[in-house]
Design a protein around this ligand. Structure first.
Ligand SMILES: Cc1cc2nc3c(=O)[nH]c(=O)nc-3n(C[C@H](O)[C@H](O)[C@H](O)COP(=O)(O)OP(=O)(O)OC[C@H]3O[C@@H](n4cnc5c(N)ncnc54)[C@H](O)[C@@H]3O)c2cc1C
Length: 461
């Protein structure tokens, strides 16, 4: 005698006949399709849902959400599967959006309309083919819509023109400056807590030139000189030359290296000027190449691989210093000496121009880190760690070490200045993720209108 399906499984099966043929309803965890759909960027805390539904049209997405809401079935949406938040246990469903992947580019209006399952690289390729670039994530398979909804580093969300959203209280609605403007404001930084966004229309920008990528490798004994060089490179003058410095142990090696990776959006002379402090610090190896926007994420493919016990976390910084870089290397060495299984973890600092984001008024989005004084006219500095372990013990140690690394990076910040980017954490205090008290109040009010029962998380309830 076959086993009886749970009511949550049965509810998914009941919905099957009213969905289009190309939409999938998967309820057997032992099937190959179910297993493939369960693959994610990190295996940390992954749970097994009662059902995975893979809608292939907006009508099906609307039906699925309404059915779940009407029957009080918990669900999470999943696009690129890079976050720890798109997993749910057998009490609920995953709405896997990876079959809903249309991209439409309007050359006249200079916009791209992007459906919910679109990930970074195919999007970059499509807009590049049309002669444009778009603000997109740094890794090939991050979902574009979740990346925009969490705010990125603000200017991603600043490029949102409109969105179509399935909400718990009012079904499918459009949100833009002129329609449901309050909801539109909330989507720009806290969007995942207000509904399932079926598509977004984003501004795109004509491509003027390819990007010059310039990577330098240094050895641990050069850490002080590298730190001092980055203090100069990440200064106000180099707004067209964002970069990242990473402490990382390459596969097969037994010691870490310090890798500095920069991208240049100006002339070759400007790039050379921006790079001079790093070149003076004498890298043991350097690679300089021109990359097209379509392939701009290729250099991060190693970070982007699925599977393994991994976690990503970041914080905003008031200032970068050579001393902090040295301290990070010490912390990395201590971690890996005690827990060799954590050797694939890395600590990094990024710096990016805030010129564009400082032009947008703070109150136009709920992403609340652009007011941070020192960022306004300087380059945003952010420290980040991607930690991993080969087993639970080393993964836990790596995770604790990441928290100490961020605490060290923020040691010169007051409580009010501490900031964690919403795209990378929900574990830290709301006051540090949404730093503006007025914005938090407004988000709570909006949550009570659009999702009072918390179908799209209980954040802001
Ligand atoms: C390797 C790597 C690189 C990254 N690079 C960057 C970067 O360059 N810049 C940056 O800002 N962030 C970056 N991130 C963070 C990333 O933007 C967030 O983790 C983002 O939420 C991941 O989206 P996803 O679709 O891959 O993940 P998912 O886990 O599929 O989704 C993330 C969240 O969004 C919800 N969601 C999914 N689809 C929808 C939808 N259509 N409507 C509403 N909610 C939805 C999910 O339920 C979940 O809560 C990176 C993360 C990793 C691991």
């Amino acid at each position: 005698m076959g086993s009886v399906a749970s009511p949550v499984v049965q509810a998914a099966l009941n919905l099957r006949p009213s969905l289009s043929e190309s939409t999938g309803v998967f309820t057997d965890p032992s099937s190959d399709e179910f297993k493939t759909l369960m693959q994610r960027w990190s295996d940390l805390d992954v749970k097994e849902p009662a059902a995975i539904l893979t809608p292939s049209s907006e009508e099906d997405i609307v039906q699925i959400v309404q059915h779940a809401v009407n029957h009080s079935i918990p669900f999470v949406s999943k696009a690129g599967g890079h976050s720890p938040w798109s997993t749910i246990d057998s009490s609920g469903w995953i709405v896997d959006l990876t079959r809903y992947t249309g991209i439409k580019i309007d050359i006249q209006a200079q916009t791209a309309t992007v459906q919910a399952g679109v990930i970074t690289k195919p999007l970059n390729q499509a807009v590049h083919k049309a002669g444009f670039f778009i603000q997109s994530s740094g890794a090939a398979s991050v979902g574009h819509i979740p990346f925009v909804l969490g705010g990125g580093q603000s200017w991603m969300t600043d490029q949102l023109v409109s969105a179509k959203v399935v909400t718990a209280s009012k079904g499918l609605v459009v949100a833009s400056e002129t329609e449901n403007a309050d909801l539109f404001w909330a989507l720009k930084g806290a969007g995942q807590f207000f509904g399932l966004v079926t598509e977004v229309t984003m501004r795109v920008f004509p491509i003027e030139q390819d990007i010059l990528s310039w990577n330098c490798i240094f050895l641990p004994h050069q850490i002080k000189e590298v730190g001092q060089a980055i203090e100069k490179c990440s200064s106000e003058d180099n707004v067209n030359s964002p970069g990242v410095v990473i402490i990382i142990q390459p596969p097969g090696q037994t010691k870490p290296i310090i890798m500095v990776s920069t991208k240049h959006f100006g002339t070759e002379e400007e790039a050379l000027k921006a790079m001079q402090p790093l070149l003076d610090a004498k890298p043991v190896q350097q690679i300089k190449e021109t990359v097209s926007f379509a392939n701009v994420t290729d250099s991060t493919d190693a970070l982007n691989r699925s599977g393994g016990i991994k976690r990503q976390i970041s914080c905003g910084m008031r200032s970068f210093s050579a001393e902090k870089l040295e301290e990070s290397l010490t912390q990395w060495n201590q971690l890996v000496e005690k827990h060799p299984g954590a050797a694939a973890s890395f600590f990094m600092f990024t710096w990016v121009s805030t010129e564009a984001m400082s032009k947008v008024p703070q109150e136009s989005t709920c992403w609340s880190h652009r007011d941070c004084g020192i960022w306004r006219r300087q380059l945003t500095k952010k420290s980040m760690s991607f930690v991993s372990g080969v087993d639970e013990e080393s993964a836990t140690a790596a995770s604790e070490s990441a928290e100490s690394f961020l605490a060290m990076c923020q040691k010169d910040q007051s409580e009010a200045e501490r900031s964690f980017f919403p795209n990378h954490t929900r574990a830290h205090k709301l006051e540090h993720r949404y730093r503006d008290a007025e914005a938090r109040k407004r988000l709570r009010e909006l949550k009570s209108q659009w999702d009072p029962e918390g179908f799209f998380t209980r954040q802001f309830i």
